[in-house]
Ligand binder design. Sequence first.
Ligand SMILES: Nc1ncnc2c1ncn2[C@@H]1O[C@H](COP(=O)(O)OP(=O)(O)OP(=O)(O)O)[C@@H](O)[C@H]1O
Ligand SMILES: [Mg+2]
Length: 504
Amino acid sequence: MPLLPKSAGAPRAAGLHRRSLAWHLLARLLPAVLLLAMMDTVATYVITRKLSSQSYDRALVDTARALARQVTMTPQGPQLDITWNSTRFLDVDPDERLYFKVLANGVVLGGRPELASPPDSAALRQEEEIAVNEPVTSAVEMINNARPTVYDTTIDGLPVRAATLRFQLDGVPIDVVMAETLNTRSRFIEEVLSVLVAGQLLLVALLGFVIVTGVRSGLDSVSRLSDEIETRSIDDLQPIAVDDVPTEITPLIAKTNSLLARLDEAVASQRRFIGHAAHQLRTPLAGLKLESELMLSRTLPDDIRQRAERIKGVADRMIRVGEQLLVLARIDANVRPQDSFNRIDLVELAQECGARWIPAARQAQVELALAAPDEPIWIDGDAVLLDQLLGNLIDNAIRYRQGPGNIVLRVQDAPPSLIVEDDGPGIGASERDRVFDPFYRGQGSVAGGSGLGLAIVKEIAQSHGAHWDLRSRPEFEGTRVSLVFPGPRIGTHLTRMARNGAAV
Ligand SMILES: Nc1ncnc2c1ncn2[C@@H]1O[C@H](COP(=O)(O)OP(=O)(O)OP(=O)(O)O)[C@@H](O)[C@H]1O
Ligand SMILES: [Mg+2]
């Protein structure tokens, strides 16, 4: 696999998307919460308004009683104490205006005559008349016992709240009317309302915030999972772990895992098909090769010999492609190290494989050298596949060298690595990624190949959990392919998923 996995995929949507879970919850919950908040605000407003109005009314009635106590009986009849005049009331509160009126038997004793009496003053009068027949008590007592009537009216074009008291002073009915403007009351109610509305809006905003952050933190494991899937190699069709995802997501993961399992099976059957096809072609191709070799062993006219050689060349090439396809079909990137891997000494592998390539190297006038430590370097792997891998790299180094030169096989420890270096023409920077694709052949490639060599190297490296790296000119004078393997212990403890979904 490449040293750094490329992160591809759709950009993650930022903010609230119309289809997001948080948006869905907000759209469902917020209208209901807003309605409840509105109802709560209205109910609290009505109750507060009533209670505050009652306490303001009580204060107004107290002032009316204080005024009533200033009416005294003189030989000339009832009189209002001269110290009580309108200016005194007006000075009490700069924001509020107070008005009063005192009537004795319907005659104005003081105050503003235009101040309206209560709307049901007739009923009041009757009530008072009944009170006349009650046993005579002191004036103060009568004032204290008098039932006030509180009502809304206007004076000087201003809305006011008025309180009326009716009592008897030595048999003379006295009416005291006290009124005040509504500034303080309205201001209080406005303040209450604004605090209420602000509080409810804050509550709704808080709820929205809690929903959005709650959903996001609940889905954290899902984003972790999507990150993991995004960085997965396309060859990794292992099931997705369901351990720490919310239970609501589990069915989706289960379905995805079943799809992955089917896909894995489809890939495997495709590989098997390629393997079978390559195998089926093997015998007729071997026959063709043999026939051409038999032909060439005889004396032949030149043109027939040339044709027979071409047939043999084509048969050789097809046999090689068949072998390569068989190798590709054999590699299963999902195979776990424990399944088929053995402990292999990389030094021994390089020695044996290198020795087999010495005749070919000599023929191409290439010096093949091994640079390896004396002690073994162990990895877990498949010996046949690793031999193929190294063979493909040496084959390339010899084939593209074209002329005398040097090839070095290096084996290194910590981490275990296998390196093939040549001093050939190198691979252009634009081609370096593509040469690992199946059937891709470079610009300077010579006849005889099919572009499968490095694809096989890549597949084998992947199946061994190895990293690969390709360096070429100008950083390296030639071509240098290195493979870094996980050590034997790490190799056997790769935490990949078994096919039944359990972590191993
Ligand atoms: N050591 C090398 N030096 C220069 N070019 C190389 C080297 N190794 C590979 N290449 C380039 O990379 C391409 C892909 O190599 P790969 O081994 O995959 O296929 P191939 O050699 O063309 O065919 P095959 O290996 O299937 O016979 C080659 O065609 C060649 O252009
Ligand atoms: Mg090759």
